[in-house]
Design a binder for this molecule. Structure first.
Ligand code: C2E
Ligand code: CA
Ligand code: CA
Length: 658
């Protein structure tokens, strides 16, 4: 026969350890809801202490000696105090779940009942202390045996009365929480009360404590489940619009694929046109509100088995039935959104979108690719001037994209294999006919074919590999120069193109300096050419770069001056050494263009800049430029870009006969 006392003692010990472990887990778990975390941790600790005291109570009862007597007194005191203190603990948990916080300040719901429960709990604890001296609740005799006192029923009635008040709060505000959480809170009343009642009549087993501990266990488990669910919801939604995010879009598509329904659908990836102007006009907060209202009103247009998600910024994705695409797109041409701005004024805006559509035709396509294809179609739609344009992802478009990706890969490989080489195009002083510099231009030797920059630079600029190419060119050019110098040749400054993309790197000047210094060539032989940047970076970024170059002893030139973007601000703000006049300017021979060219040259010279005229092919152009004061010429008139061996020959004979 199993001894009932030993079973009970083991059970109490086991339960108390469980409660302490729960408390540790709960305290360590990172949680969004700090208040719930604190309450559940404290409740678990209290339950642990309660059960441990009960454990000691049974261990000490009936044993003789001082220690047993002390243990029995102490464990009983803690037990009775905790029974009352639990009222405050449960109240706090109820308030956090039902009202979102502990506070019982003026204006908070159920304030009076809550204060009453706290007072009840405190008076209960005072009674326990009084009974220590009077034996009202219980006495402990000289054989260390526990006896209920005359007022023992009061010690049970106080917590039960408090529980009933808590029940009234819970029932009144049950709508404030979910059914599941309501039941959990209800168990916190039912289980201990049932324990109290049973124990009252069936003395000798700790039903009440077990009831409390079970309730704490339930709360702990529910809390963990609830928080995990909250975290999952947060992972799947965008805070600004409350819409599903990309993660849940991927899951949604996966679910449709699993049900073999995906071929009925099309993805519409859309971007609100000129949304930044709304952000600028009304501020980012209102902008977010407009996005949320827009999303809400568009979501109403969708069928229940269609999906709307927020991607980033003002971009959304809808996965809809193919047959609904046209009607939805037409709704997106003009969607009116009404909102109140930060000052409380009623406003409205008409929004229109650019969209990319991908009609799913292959059930094997991955969720990520569904999004990618629609996004790429949008990318193409974005290049159109109209505020509302739609591009469908077609087989042809897909082929061009894949071709582009293949080409990009090929270029990266070529870079690794060292298939790029500098060609050098001389710069000549047209008065003396003497070679005075050269520009290095990249050439790609691929399977015996020479590929010019026009075919690869723009691709490399798009995927940033241009920065690797420019540094690679710099290293190769430094090597060529040092070789020429070793051969005793008189090397003039060589200019190297650096794409504007490089400017994103704040250490660019330092990196250039490191390469040049390590090669051991004089710094004055390297000049950095850079095109103007109004569109991408503020002028200050380019100014800092040019200043950093100067500090380290390098010169710089502004390339393609006079082509689309150039502005006087660049000349004024940035201390370039040289201006390279764009070929386009030199090709025009109308009076107006020539007058402008004349003035630009005079202006540049007057502020101490050097001039290089690019793309000069004819003698008449040379003469004209000379008359304007531009002497240094780079163009087919003198030489085409040439490989290193040819350039070496040119350096050996730097005098042109023309
Ligand atoms: P760019 O810097 O303006 O270089 C001058 C371009 O004009 C070169 O074209 C050159 O071959 C061409 N050119 C020179 N004289 C004449 C002429 O008299 N007539 C005609 N029709 N063209 C002439 P290329 O070599 O095809 O380079 C094109 C552009 O590619 C360059 O324009 C430059 O912006 C870029 N590029 C070349 N190499 C590199 C490089 O290593 N890095 C970077 N970032 N860009 C480079
Ligand atoms: Ca250039
Ligand atoms: Ca140029």
């Amino acid at each position: 026969m199993v001894d009932i006392l030993s079973t009970q003692v083991a059970l109490l010990l086991f339960e108390s350890i469980f409660c302490f472990l729960s408390a540790i887990l709960c305290a360590m778990k990172s949680s969004r809801d700090k208040k719930a975390k604190i309450v559940v941790t404290i409740l678990s600790i209290m339950a642990g202490v309660l059960l441990l005291s009960e454990f000691f109570f049974y261990v000490c009862q009936g044993r003789s000696g001082q220690a047993a007597s002390f243990g029995l007194h102490l464990s009983n005191l803690i037990l009775f105090i905790l029974c009352d203190l639990f009222l405050i603990g449960i109240l706090t948990d109820f308030r956090v779940v039902l009202f979102g916080g502990f506070s019982i300040k003026k204006g908070q719901p159920c304030r009076k009942r809550s204060i009453f429960i706290i007072l009840l709990s405190i008076s209960g604890m005072i009674m326990v202390i009084i009974s220590q001296f009077t034996g009202l609740y219980y006495t402990i005799d000289e054989t260390n045996t526990y006896h209920r006192g005359d007022l023992f029923p009061l010690s049970v009635a106080i917590p039960i009365f408090g529980m009933m008040l808590l029940l009234s709060i819970l029932l009144q505000y049950r709508k404030n929480t979910t059914r599941g959480r309501f039941l959990v809170l209800l168990s916190f009343i039912v289980l201990p009360v049932a324990g109290f009642v049973v124990q009252y009549f069936l003395y000798g087993f700790a039903y009440m404590d077990i009831g409390i501990a079970l309730a704490v266990n339930i709360i702990f488990i529910e809390n963990i489940v609830y928080q995990n669910r909250q975290i999952r919801i947060a992972e799947r939604t965008d805070i600004r619009t409350g819409l599903a995010n990309e993660h849940s879009c991927i899951e949604w598509i996966r679910a449709r694929k699993a049900k073999k329904e995906i071929l009925d659908y099309a993805a519409i990836y859309f971007d609100i046109s000129r949304f930044s102007s709304i952000n600028r006009k009304y501020g980012a907060n209102t902008g977010n509100r407009v996005l949320a209202i827009f999303a809400e009103s568009f979501a109403k247009e969708l069928a229940p088995d269609e999906f709307l998600g927020h991607q980033r910024g003002d971009q959304f994705i809808a996965i809809v039935h193919k047959k609904n695409v046209d009607s939805l797109l037409s709704k997106l041409t003009d969607l009116r959104v009404e909102f109140t701005d930060d000052t409380g004024k009623e406003c409205d805006v008409h929004l229109s979108v650019k969209a990319g559509v991908y009609e799913i035709e292959n059930a094997e396509v991955s969720s990520e690719d569904v999004i990618n294809y629609a996004a790429t179609a949008l990318d193409h739609a974005s290049h159109t001037a109209s505020d509302h344009s739609v591009v469908y992802m077609t087989k042809e478009l897909m082929d061009t994209i894949e071709e582009k990706i293949r080409f990009e890969k090929k270029i990266r490989k070529a870079l690794e294999k060292g298939e790029f080489h500098p060609y050098y195009q001389p710069k000549v002083n047209s008065r003396t006919g003497k070679l005075c510099g050269a520009e290095a231009l990249a050439r790609w030797m691929h399977k015996g074919e020479l590929i010019r920059p026009g075919e690869f630079i723009h691709v490399m600029e798009r995927n940033e590999s241009i920065c690797d190419l420019d540094m690679y060119m710099l290293r190769t050019i430094c090597r060529d120069i040092s070789k020429w110098m070793e051969e005793g040749l008189d090397v003039p400054p060589i200019s190297i193109n650096f794409s504007r993309r490089n400017l994103a790197d704040p250490d660019l000047a330092e990196k250039i300096d490191k390469v040049v210094t390590e090669s051991g060539i004089p710094k004055k032989l390297i000049e950095i050419e850079i095109t103007e940047t109004v569109d991408e970076f503020p002028l200050s970024v380019m100014k800092t770069f040019v200043d950093e170059l100067h500090k380290r002893g390098y010169s710089s030139s502004i390339d393609d001056f006079g082509s689309a973007n150039s502005s006087m601000a660049v000349l004024r703000e940035i201390s370039f050494d040289t201006v390279k006049i764009d070929k386009g300017f030199i090709d025009h021979d109308q009076d107006k263009d020539l007058t402008i060219l004349d003035h630009i040259i005079k202006l540049a010279l007057s502020i101490g800049l050097k001039i290089v005229a690019e793309g000069v092919e004819q003698e008449t152009q040379v003469k004209k430029l000379q008359s304007f004061g531009a002497e240094v010429i780079q163009g087919y008139y003198y030489d085409r870009p040439m490989p290193e061996e040819k350039m070496r020959e040119r350096l050996q004979d730097p005098q042109y006969k023309k």
